[in-house]
Design a protein around this ligand. Structure first.
Ligand code: GLN
Length: 196
């Protein structure tokens, strides 16, 4: 498909989880958003989003569909990539409380379900200077957080001393779900990474 001038083509990994909301946010910012289920669909993407959902399910499907290796290679070659919640778990080099590992493309250690079952989900608002000068709503659902950052990884946001957003080069990870908020700032920030 021919792209409009200035418009980028952003993929959303669509094996399971919160796909539609990411597609809508990207489209609202004037770019093409496509569902990605197979390796062929990685072609020509300017960036990809790994959505929230259930990381064990998405991880299994990554293997079953054999997209895991081609996707990992594209990320290592520099394709801008953003993992939200389960997506962050899939991208992490290490998981503190889970034996499996998935794409292992960002030097962080992540604790799954870090807020415990008592606090299943919550919302807050913060200013993340790197992303926007305005407060951004953050939605957490059975969220992980980062317990260790490698030396090339920059923390973008901490909440009660825990890192909930980070970036290593063109790889972005967030514990929370900007696609579930009525706010486009975080998607705009990711698109800026995709432009460069
Ligand atoms: N707790 C989920 C997991 O471990 C992630 C939750 C989410 O993506 N909202 O995969």
């Amino acid at each position: 498909m021919q792209k409009e001038a200035g418009s980028m083509k952003i993929g959303v990994l669509s094996l399971q989880g919160g796909v539609i909301e990411h597609l809508k946010h990207i489209q609202a910012l004037g770019h093409e958003a496509i569902e990605v289920k197979r390796a062929e669909e990685l072609k020509g993407l300017d960036g990809i989003i790994l959505p929230g959902g259930e990381s064990t399910t998405i991880g299994k499907l990554l293997r079953d569909t054999k997209i895991i290796e081609p996707l990992r290679n594209r990320i290592l070659e520099g394709m801008p990539t953003w993992g939200t919640c389960a997506g962050m778990i899939l991208l992490a080099n290490n998981l503190e409380n889970w034996n499996e590992r998935y794409l292992q493309t960002i030097d962080i250690t992540v604790r799954r379900n870090a807020y415990g079952s008592q606090i299943d989900s919550f919302e807050t608002k913060v200013i993340i200077p790197e992303v926007s000068q305005h407060e951004i709503p953050l939605v957490f659902i059975r969220a992980p957080f980062i317990t260790h950052l490698g030396k090339d990884v920059k923390s973008l946001c901490e909440l009660d001393g825990n890192v909930v957003a980070a970036r290593q080069g063109k790889i972005l990870v967030t514990s929370f779900h900007p696609e579930l908020a009525d706010n486009l700032e975080f998607h705009r920030y990711f698109l800026k990474i995709c432009e460069n």
